[in-house]
Design a protein around this ligand. Structure first.
Ligand code: HT7
Ligand code: ZN
Length: 853
């Protein structure tokens, strides 16, 4: 496979101001006729090259006359004499055999499209790159009984019946857009509708389109859409711009959702919710993804990306926007904790592994491999840091300038940063390193105090670790929010300060420090870095009780737990006293809300503990963590029981308070079970059976599934039978078992892969079992190597159907450098086996070959 380099960017040779598409739709054979008006871009004599992937031209005409053409690989190449022409091509597709789910494909009786990043070239010949913006008109014809609803981008302009039971519809999108935003859907769908009036008075018809049986599960998504539309007006001054905004839910989807102009297409798991089938986590995810895709209408669609190296321009910014939106809907502190936990689980390991890349990569083989936690979540952290450095007002002035200046164009990350610099009247030269340097910076901080002078001296140092292709790094700009607290009184010693660390080392002086200070650093996680301090267990425990920043309180507790676990793994003995006291203190603090308590008392994951170690020992980590869980469960049993019982009575409500209650209840149940209470399984089973919502039911099932009780088998069977015809809930059934901490988890997963309901053809199902298993640290890293073999077998099989989804599940195998020699050899052997597979996709080739470097 060839490698594409950012430095090789060249503007397009030909532009396409207009395209008219005609689809004669049918699952087995769909005809696509495309008429492109093309204009030469600048003075050159290069031919028109139209990208194509697995397309065979049935006819090609230039200005109405048939011409001979040349194919170069999958591309159609036409030598053109003049500067403007009309090109018409015709191709035939087979949506029902499209298992890659890119281009036009069939899902559950629907026909739908996915074009980002390079799917449009699987539909028709076109310069399939984001800097070619065209106005689209689309005419669809299909069998009316099977496909009564025909949707495309923009606004509907006409429809009618034909003879022979077929009908047609036409849609026009007035906004020029890149091909990756093209979409159509045909199917037997119904809509949950509403009307939204924008702040300037435009009436927008909203529709969430699903199968009739799913209609009762769409209210939450519709409400989230309306809330997002209003929020973007109020917070960013951005208004919707078409008369129609449609969302369609499909069951087979490679990602979460897609922001096609005026016609978002969603993985059904991010639309469908009712209390019986969706957890609070699912409800939150739906609101966040609906908001994310809606916000793309400005950050991505109105201003798009010049090339795919700029992906974080739209994705990092839009994640930042959806995170802020979600924070505004509930508890900002809990939202920040969740986002940072996600960053540490997915992005930090990426930054520390063989696939590390900057948020604006320099090269790729397959762009789908770059829809990563780095582009999305670290990208969002980079935007957040600019917001912190500029302050709210200037940041908003920067986004206004960016949107106004680049509206209707394909922009770069540089354009965004330059807008921030100009509106913020600030110099971000050095800050730009965040775009070019990979790796998570490490900050060390230590504080000394002179009682006599009342002066405290904070010494800070930073280092950015080497990453593939980047052995030497320069210092980054790190906005660190700091505050000192008295170690005796717990009182703040002065206000919060924003210290911008931009050199390798710096010293910060605090005056008037009357008692020994405790350092609260990186408050709110103001920079995406790893902080190492010399704070003792007692100091961390004290901060976990007294810090006034909820995130910093959580962080102090996490650090305390982490230090305790790392020491226990190293020595084989755990000193749990400080953690138990700190957890007790948090658990019984009546001033704290339940959602926060639930987050704060959770132990760091096994993987995160492993990330702190030179050589990861999964079994020792598991033992140390289980021992601490057991001790916490036993020593605080009465507190856990009180927390378990302290939930407000009443029927299910999706409110922040009720969500917090449910979260704490299940966390408490987990500790009661970990402590070995004799009635734990009974308690869990009672919760499972009495639940009027999926959060409580799944929470109980998780606890039972990792245990050894008879209730475990009963609950799994009941759950399966109750939801056998609900694919989204069955995914949970597979996932819960793939994540189990039981000794036989690996054997169970091997068995589940042979279950009649398991299929690799559906990405959600594949992720539920194979993806979840890859993060089950203990089972996956079983010393026998069977876990590695299982994953490789599944990936090889999945690659033949859906390379994009397969390649995204490979990274756990690439972490071999972090493990002992025996495990590393087994992991590498599986990577070699994958690479030796005949017909391997370039998606998998890139991931596997880079993972061996
Ligand atoms: N912008 C969308 C990305 C996406 C995607 C990428 C690769 C393959 C399939 C895909 N479906 C959607 C989603 C988003 O970030 O909003
Ligand atoms: Zn996005």
């Amino acid at each position: 496979p060839t490698t594409i380099h950012r430095a090789d960017y060249r503007p397009p040779d030909w532009l396409v101001p207009e395209i008219a598409l005609e689809f004669d739709l049918a699952p087995a054979a769909t005809r696509v006729r495309a008429t492109l008006s093309v204009t030469r871009n600048g003075a050159h004599d290069r031919p028109l090259r139209l990208d194509g992937d697995a397309l065979t031209p049935l006819s090609v005409t230039v200005d109405g006359a048939p011409v001979s053409w040349e194919m170069d690989g999958g591309d159609l190449v036409l030598a053109l004499g003049g500067d403007a022409h009309s090109i018409t091509t015709e191709v035939e597709l087979s949506p029902e055999t499209n298992t890659q789910l890119m281009g036009l494909y069939a899902s559950g009786g629907l026909l739908c499209t996915q074009c980002e990043a390079e799917g449009f070239r699987r539909i028709t010949f076109f310069p399939d790159r984001p800097d070619v913006l065209a106005r689209y008109s689309v005419r669809m014809t299909a069998d009316k009984a099977r496909f009564p609803i025909l949707l495309a981008n923009g606004d509907p302009v006409g429809s009618g019946n034909l003879d022979d039971g077929r009908h047609w519809a036409e849609w026009n999108d007035p906004f020029p857009k890149p091909s990756y935003l093209f979409a159509l859907v045909a199917g037997d769908l119904v809509a949950n509708r509403s009307t939204f009036v924008t702040r300037s008075g435009r009436e927008v018809q909203l529709g969430i389109w699903v199968r009739a049986a799913d209609l009762p599960k769409t209210d939450h998504a519709l409400q989230a859409l309306e809330t997002s539309m209003r929020w973007d007006e109020q917070v960013y001054g951005r208004e919707y711009d078409l008369d129609v905004f449609n969302i369609v839910a499909v069951d087979d989807f490679n990602f979460g959702a897609m922001e096609n102009k005026g016609l978002n297409i969603f993985n059904s798991r991010y639309i469908l919710a009712d209390p019986d089938t969706a957890t609070d986590y699912d409800y939150d995810g739906i609101a966040a993804v609906v908001a994310h895709e809606y916000f793309h209408n400005w950050s991505g669609n109105r201003v798009t990306c010049r090339d795919w190296f700029q992906l974080s321009l739209k994705e990092g910014f839009t994640v930042y926007r959806d995170q802020s939106f979600s924070a505004d809907q509930g508890s900002p502190a809990v939202k920040r904790i969740e986002d940072v936990r996600g960053l540490r689980a997915a992005q930090f390991p990426e930054d520390a592994g063989p696939l590390a890349h900057p948020i604006r990569p320099d090269s790729y083989m397959e762009i789908s491999n770059f829809y990563t936690a780095t582009i999305y979540n670290k990208g969002a952290e980079v935007i957040r840091m600019m917001a912190t450095l500029l302050g709210a007002q200037k940041f908003r002035a920067g986004t206004d300038l960016y949107f106004d200046r680049f509206d209707g164009t394909a922009a770069t990350c540089e354009d965004f940063v330059a807008s921030m610099e100009e509106a913020g009247d600030t110099d971000l030269s050095q800050f730009r390193r965040w775009y070019s340097q990979a790796g998570t910076p490490r900050v060390t901080a230590s504080i000394s105090h002179e009682q006599g002078s009342g002066r405290a001296l904070l010494t800070l140092a930073q280092a950015v670790p080497p990453t593939p292709g980047q052995p030497d790094k320069a210092p980054m700009v790190l906005p660190l929010k700091l505050r000192l607290f008295g170690s005796e009184t717990g009182a703040p010693l002065g206000p919060e300060r924003l210290v911008v660390l931009s050199d390798a080392r710096a010293e910060v002086v605090f005056e008037g420090v009357s008692e020994r200070p405790l350092l609260s650093i990186n408050r709110g996680f103001s920079a995406p870095v790893i902080v190492e301090t010399d704070r003792s267990a007692a100091d961390l425990a004290f901060l976990s009780a007294h810090d006034d920043d909820p995130f910093a309180r959580y962080e102090a507790m996490q650090q305390l737990m982490l230090d305790t676990l790392v020491a226990a793994v190293a020595t084989g003995r755990g000193d749990h006293a400080a953690v138990i006291a700190a957890v007790k203190n948090t658990l019984t603090d009546a001033k704290l809300d339940h959602a926060f308590i639930a987050e704060a008392v959770l132990l760091p994951s096994e993987s995160f503990v492993g990330d702190q170690m030179g050589v990861v020992d999964p079994d020792a980590i598991f033992r140390a963590r289980e021992a601490l869980r057991r001790d916490l469960g036993q020593r605080l049993e009465s507190e856990w029981r009180a927390a378990y019982d302290a939930t407000r009575a009443g029927a299910f409500a999706y409110t922040p308070a009720a969500k917090g209650d449910r979260r704490l209840k299940t966390v408490a149940l987990g500790y009661i079970a970990a402590g070995g209470a004799s009635d734990a399984a009974h308690l869990a089973f009672r919760q499972f059976e009495a639940a009027d919502n999926m959060t409580d039911r799944q929470g109980a099932l998780v606890t039972l599934t990792s245990g050894t009780s008879d209730e475990r088998v009963a609950a799994l069977d009941i759950f399966y039978n109750r939801y056998a015809d609900n694919p989204l809930v069955l995914d949970k059934w597979f996932q819960v078992q793939a994540l189990s901490s039981r000794d036989d988890a690996l054997a169970a997963v091997e068995e589940l892969a042979r279950h009649k309901d398991f299929t690799l053809a559906n990405p959600n199902r594949a992720r539920a079992l194979v993806g979840a298993f890859g993060v089950n640290q203990r089972a996956f890293h079983d010393l026998s190597g069977r876990g590695y073999r299982f994953l490789a077998d599944q990936l090889i099989a999945l690659d033949k159907l859906n390379p994009q989804t397969a390649a995204k599940l490979l990274p756990p195998l690439g972490r071999w450098k972090r493990f002992d020699v025996a495990r590393a050899a087994l992991m590498k052997a599986e990577l070699h086996r994958i690479l030796a597979t005949p017909g391997l996709s370039k998606d998998m080739f890139e991931q596997a070959s880079k993972s061996l470097d």
